[in-house]
Design a binder for this molecule. Structure first.
Ligand code: 13P
Ligand code: SF4
Length: 306
């Protein structure tokens, strides 16, 4: 139940959004109040596709910096606002453009796949992007037999299970998903023996081995709604429970780990969204040359058949 103050902020946001001709895109990990004022709540792939297609003058991106950068790259004519200017993704900061150039030199025949959780500069030095929803299809679409996959070592190893290509993983990881353990899966199964276990591919291989399904955040929502199962253990950031409970009423969802909180995803609140719309800042922009090269890598991904 929204508080009176949240209600007041939500109404002010709705009015200003219209005046500014803005759309609000929110990632599945945002706090419930922010998800509720968004025009679209989704996973990284859905949000990138929406950013490329929406008909608006401005995009308010409720997520972390690389997501807003991707929106700015795909929609250079629109104003892209990131209400929490300091919301970053520590995994995206685990690789630099210079390090990608060194990898190109060292493995000249390899293609470079950049997870969208990377800076614009890293995307600009990569051949193609991927998200957790399409990583295997992206790797399989490449001509190269050797693929450098960055920055997430866990997603890289997950993809390697489904391809004959040689995958060379960078040693990055998500500080939220990499902390989940096989012991936590065993304890959750003991507590909820009838529940299906859904985990994100950013989890460690031994956690993935114990799961029933491995999918992106929105993939988990689709799976839980379609499944005859009534109970689910959710191995991703806890913010997803709001969408799961909303979209699959009558089913029960239990977080695999109550520690699975991405502090950066929680930096956006309704006051910050309203302030961003009022002030039309903080804006996210990407310099022209970097944006053009990063756009090629992102559009290659978006152009793949679904
Ligand atoms: P998806 O929502 O694309 O599955 O990604 C999860 C994530 O960690 C985004 O930062
Ligand atoms: Fe980055 Fe992990 Fe937070 Fe996603 S959940 S934004 S990958 S730190």
């Amino acid at each position: 139940m929204a508080s009176n103050f949240d209600q007041f902020l939500a109404e002010a946001i709705a009015g200003l959004k219209e005046k500014r001709n803005a759309v609000i895109l929110a990632h599945n990990y945002q706090i419930p109040a922010v998800q509720e004022v968004a025009d679209l709540v989704g996973d990284s792939f859905e949000l990138a596709r929406a950013a490329a297609m929406v008909d608006a003058s401005a995009i308010v991106f409720c997520g972390v910096d690389f997501m807003a950068e991707t929106a700015a790259i795909l929609s250079p004519a629109k104003t892209v606002l990131l209400p929490a200017a300091d919301a970053c993704c520590p995994m995206a900061e685990m690789i630099t453009p210079g390090e990608v150039l060194v990898l190109h030199e060292r493995f000249p025949d390899a293609a470079v796949v950049a997870y969208v959780n990377t800076s614009a500069g890293v995307k600009a030095e990569s051949d193609i992007c991927c998200t957790s929803a399409n990583a295997v299809a992206v790797v399989e679409s490449l001509d190269a037999e050797q693929v450098i996959f960055l920055p997430d070592r866990n997603l890289a190893r997950y993809v390697a299970r489904f391809t004959k290509k040689e995958i060379l993983p960078w040693d990055g990881y998500c500080i939220v998903h990499d902390r989940m353990t096989a012991d936590e899966v065993a304890a959750a199964r003991r507590a909820h023996p009838d529940a299906e276990v859904l985990v994100h591919p950013e989890c460690r291989p031994d956690v993935i081995d114990l799961a029933d399904h491995v999918c992106s955040t929105s993939g988990m929502v689709r799976h839980a709604c379609a499944s005859p199962g009534r109970e689910f253990i959710i191995g991703t950031e806890v913010g997803l429970l709001h969408q799961l409970e909303k979209k699959c009423p009558g089913k029960a969802f239990f977080p695999l780990s109550s520690r699975a909180v991405c502090v950066n995803m929680k930096k956006t609140d309704l006051s910050a969204v309203l302030a961003a719309l009022e002030r039309f800042e903080p804006r996210v922009t990407v310099p022209g040359d970097t944006a053009a090269r990063a756009r090629t890598a992102i559009e290659r991904m978006l152009d793949l058949p679904r």
